[in-house]
Design a protein around this ligand. Structure first.
Ligand SMILES: C[S@@+](CC[C@H](N)C(=O)[O-])C[C@H]1O[C@@H](n2cnc3c(N)ncnc32)[C@H](O)[C@@H]1O
Length: 250
């Protein structure tokens, strides 16, 4: 299957979604402003920073991180954070941002006319931030026991989300937190019908999947806007949840 996340147009779209200014992302003043800065909000609105350990190195993992904005946001709460994504071009962009803190890109204005922009990051150099290509459905076994795992808008893009959900009890250490966001946009082109986590009852099915190992602590609505071009936008609303890993290590 083609990876639609590899195209240049999509790279520009995601760099804009993650690093664009409010005006670049939504140039219409009466457009939905509550959908801006999504990759920051999935971290800031969900994290419980008061319960992160204070005496040990805090390790976090951002799965399906795309071009990495949330990963950089997580770094402000943790000592080490790794982001992974299936897309080589997204990971390459995120790595450039770690190395040189700026990345020129282009996003679609209209037709085949593009606008130039520069993605910029600032982060504390004492933080260890890394990015690598990996499949969320078959993560290497050595990845385990993170204090925090973040996965935004990922599960309904996976061919078999239950493979990822079943890995979560090992990925999150007991007492650690899982930050999930999903709009449950099930589409056969990404996830065959038989692998959907519910249909109409997805929220309840997700709770059933996670309940043996996680306790739901917080739930918020997280709207987001993705700009396709100057006059076309996707507006969606993810359910953002924070889960506490209960029980002992598996
Ligand atoms: C809808 S985007 C969300 C990206 C980012 N988390 C955000 O909130 O903007 C879905 C991301 O999942 C990635 N992805 C799709 N299938 C994947 C897989 N099997 N393993 C890891 N990442 C995957 C895509 O490349 C894309 O970056």
């Amino acid at each position: 299957m083609d990876n639609t996340y590899e195209s240049n147009k999509l790279l520009g779209e995601y760099l804009l979604f993650h690093y664009g200014s409010d005006d670049q992302l939504m140039p219409w003043s009466d457009g939905p402003q509550n959908g801006l800065r999504f990759p920051v909000r999935t971290v800031r609105e969900l994290i419980d920073h008061s319960s992160l350990p204070s005496s040990t190195t805090i390790r976090a993992f951002d799965v399906g991180c795309s071009v990495g904005r949330s990963t950089f946001e997580i770094a402000s709460f943790c000592d080490e954070v790794a982001g992974c994504d299936l897309s080589h071009s997204f990971i390459s962009a995120a790595r450039s941002l770690v190395d040189i803190k700026e990345l020129p890109y282009e996003y679609l204005e209209e037709g085949d006319s593009y606008q130039k922009a520069v993605a910029k990051v600032e982060y504390d150099p004492s933080k260890e931030i890394s990015f690598f290509v990996a499949d969320a459905c078959s993560l290497p076994t050595e990845l385990k026991e993170f204090d925090l795992v973040h996965a935004a808008n990922l599960i309904c893009r996976l061919p078999d989300p239950s493979l990822f959900l079943n890995r979560l009890p090992q990925l999150v250490k007991p007492g650690g937190q899982l930050l999930l966001a999903t709009p449950f946009t099930w589409l056969n082109e990404y996830t065959p019908r038989e692998n959907w986590i519910g249909s109409g009852d997805s929220e309840q099915k997700l709770v059933e999947c996670l309940k043996p190992y996680f306790e739901l602590e917080k739930k918020v609505e997280l709207p987001f806007v993705i700009r396709e071009h100057r006059r076309k936008f996707q507006y969606s609303v993810s359910i953002g949840t924070r889960w506490r890993r209960i029980g002992s290590a598996v």
